[in-house]
Design a protein around this ligand. Structure first.
Ligand SMILES: Nc1ncnc2c1ncn2[C@@H]1O[C@H](COP(=O)(O)OP(=O)(O)OP(=O)(O)O)[C@@H](O)[C@H]1O
Ligand SMILES: [Mg+2]
Length: 269
């Protein structure tokens, strides 16, 4: 009797597990499946897999040159993988025509490694740039000021609207770049090394901003970093990119407790 009950309980558990997985899979906003990318004889990605679920903060860590930026470029269609497939919000990137890809990109905010502001444009013009490019998403906005101000207020820099990038500190530039990423109200934000080159205090401020943005807009975020502190604070789940594959996955506490030397290497200070 007892034995049967246990069996039933186990069955229920298995079913629930399945339901949970189905539920999660239903909400995947990004799927990278078995992607490879080679430059000459440099095999950068060797069958890389990743799923980003709606509303989560997923951190990808990998050492310098391991292919993190290549992966993110493949994700937004700036680079084509050699094989495998990439799906963003249910659409397979490689099958999209220019126009559909462009439309999809307006739902993906991309904070480039470094800040990549246009030096010859004011802060305001930098923020207006994506609005002009994706006019169909926002409609015909006559006065851009409220949107520019809202995006700048989100990063605490409304007063810099008419300044040139040269007049900003490194941390401020990063925040303006973040505001520019937010202006189209993306559903997914890809952060490529959001804290690199910043002092620890400014890095913390950027991390706090990323968290408050996720809370306010419910965005799903893929965060590429080698900053262990950033990963600890912001990640709900982590993927370690080693030798071109998703070598290990788990929460920060799971991975930081691992005794696998390749995983341990990430957490050694
Ligand atoms: N367009 C390209 N042509 C040839 N090789 C490239 C190209 N882009 C990247 N690579 C190579 O791919 C590898 C991975 O580069 P990638 O920029 O993805 O590294 P990363 O993990 O982002 O490193 P970092 O942490 O330093 O930013 C490197 O060996 C790089 O030289
Ligand atoms: Mg990179």
């Amino acid at each position: 009797m007892n034995y049967d009950m246990n069996k039933d309980t186990q069955k229920i558990k298995n079913n629930e597990q399945h339901k949970l997985i189905d539920h999660l899979e239903g909400n995947a906003v990004i799927r990278i499946n078995n992607v490879t990318k080679t430059f000459g004889d440099n095999h950068v990605l060797n069958g890389f897999n990743l799923v980003l679920y709606e509303g989560e903060n997923l951190v990808v860590m990998g050492k310098s040159g391991s292919g993190k930026s290549v992966m993110i470029k493949c994700l937004v269609g700036l680079m084509a993988p050699d094989s495998g497939y990439i799906e963003v919000m249910g659409k397979e990137i490689s099958t999209l025509d220019r126009q559909t890809l462009d439309k999809l990109r307006s739902d993906i905010g991309f904070l480039f490694q470094g800040s990549a502001l246009y030096d010859s444009m004011t802060v305001r013009e930098n923020l207006e740039f994506p609005m002009r490019r994706h006019r169909d998403k926002l409609g015909n906005v006559k006065d851009t000021t409220p949107l520019v101000l809202e995006a700048l207020e989100n990063v605490g820099l409304a007063h810099t609207m008419n300044l040139m990038p040269d007049e900003l500190s490194g941390g401020m530039k990063r925040r303006v770049a973040l505001a520019r990423t937010l202006i189209l109200k993306p559903k997914i934000i890809l952060y490529d090394e959001p804290t690199s080159g910043l002092d620890p205090i400014t890095a913390k401020e950027i991390i706090e901003l990323m968290r408050s943005i996720q809370k306010k807009y419910g965005t799903s975020s893929l965060i590429i970093t080698h900053d262990v502190d950033c990963a600890r604070v912001i990640s709900e789940r982590m993927v370690l990119l080693v030798d071109g594959i998703n070598y290990a996955e788990g929460t920060y506490s799971e991975l930081s407790a691992s005794t696998d030397p390749k995983v341990e290497a990430f957490f050694k200070k």
